[in-house]
Design a protein around this ligand. Structure first.
Ligand SMILES: [Ca+2]
Length: 286
């Protein structure tokens, strides 16, 4: 797929580990210097390998998810991005479609649908659905909409990558670089067709294809580094949508792209969703 190269969050491949002091480095420093142990996030083995971790002090049972979901272990991760890194246009800024501020955030363990709803590989995902309808569809399946912090964690990993596959754009790897305008029905891909567009734990299409409705985080997330004026950008509407879509939008693209629509709006044909739930083996979130 033809695509344009855009400035990425780091111009150094993350695989080399030579990027500017990204969170894993900060994180180690914080753990050592501040002695933090919030949520076990400083402990080894909490970086989301998709295995069956045990959470000290929370349960003796290993965590597990249904086979069509991925397990994402909780902990502290880098949330947010600068608008320039995400590619927010002047119009997007004027509309308030900007990423969350850069900060460390804690999230609990969760299960996430491997694909956009209806979570079936090779099937076109559901679109033109309101936030309210999406939340109900998840509820009917014993799940819930993913929280915003969960989307960020599953997409960008612990290091807050710009894309689900890493810190540097690889145009065409996700379905988010459609050249020029086109109909969504023509450009939308069946779930999993972009097989390289996968996050650290195995969730596909977190970037691109459809941008995704998410639920607002429950309670204030923990801010562990650089405390200060971390005012959450308020949206112009009550429904949050995360990630890029088929083409670069006014709100940019990647794991940190963020925009808003009214929760009852179903007219946006490039918006979809996926469901999350609490893993088996720990108590349900309050
Ligand atoms: Ca998506």
């Amino acid at each position: 797929m033809a695509a344009r190269q855009r400035a990425s969050r780091t111009d150094v491949p993350m695989a080399t580990g030579v990027a500017w002091p990204r969170p894993s480095m900060w994180w180690s420093a914080v753990c050592v210097l501040a002695g933090l142990a919030i949520g076990g996030a400083c402990a080894p083995g909490t970086s989301g390998s998709g295995g069956a971790p045990r959470r000290a002090g929370r349960s003796d049972r290993p965590l597990s998810c249904p086979p069509d979901m991925v397990l994402v272990t909780g902990g502290v991760f880098l949330s947010g991005a600068d608008p320039e890194e995400v590619g927010v246009s002047p119009l997007g800024r004027a509309l308030g479609f900007v990423p969350r501020p850069v900060r460390m955030v804690e999230v609990g363990d969760f299960c996430m649908d491997r694909y956009e709803f209806p979570n079936q590989p090779g099937v076109l995902p559901v679109r033109s659905i309101s936030w309210i309808q999406a939340a109900e569809a998840c509820r009917e399946r014993g799940k819930r909409l993913c929280f915003e912090a969960e989307f960020e964690r599953a997409c960008g990993g612990l290091d807050g990558w710009h894309q689900p596959y890493g810190g540097r754009d690889d145009p065409g790897r996700c379905n988010d670089y459609a050249p020029g305008p086109g109909s969504v029905s023509h450009l939308l891909a069946p779930s999993g067709d972009f097989f390289g567009c996968v996050g650290p734990e195995g969730a596909y299409d977190l970037e691109g294809n459809l941008s995704e409705w998410v639920a607002p985080d429950e309670g204030p997330p923990a801010v562990l580094l650089e405390p200060g004026d971390w005012t959450e950008p308020a949206g112009p509407a009550d429904g949050i949508v995360r990630g890029g879509t088929i083409w670069p939008g006014v709100y940019g693209s990647g794991c940190h792209a963020r925009h808003f629509h009214p929760a009852d709006a179903s007219a946006y044909e490039d918006d979809g969703f996926r469901c999350c739930m609490t893993p088996r083996g720990i108590q349900a979130r309050k």
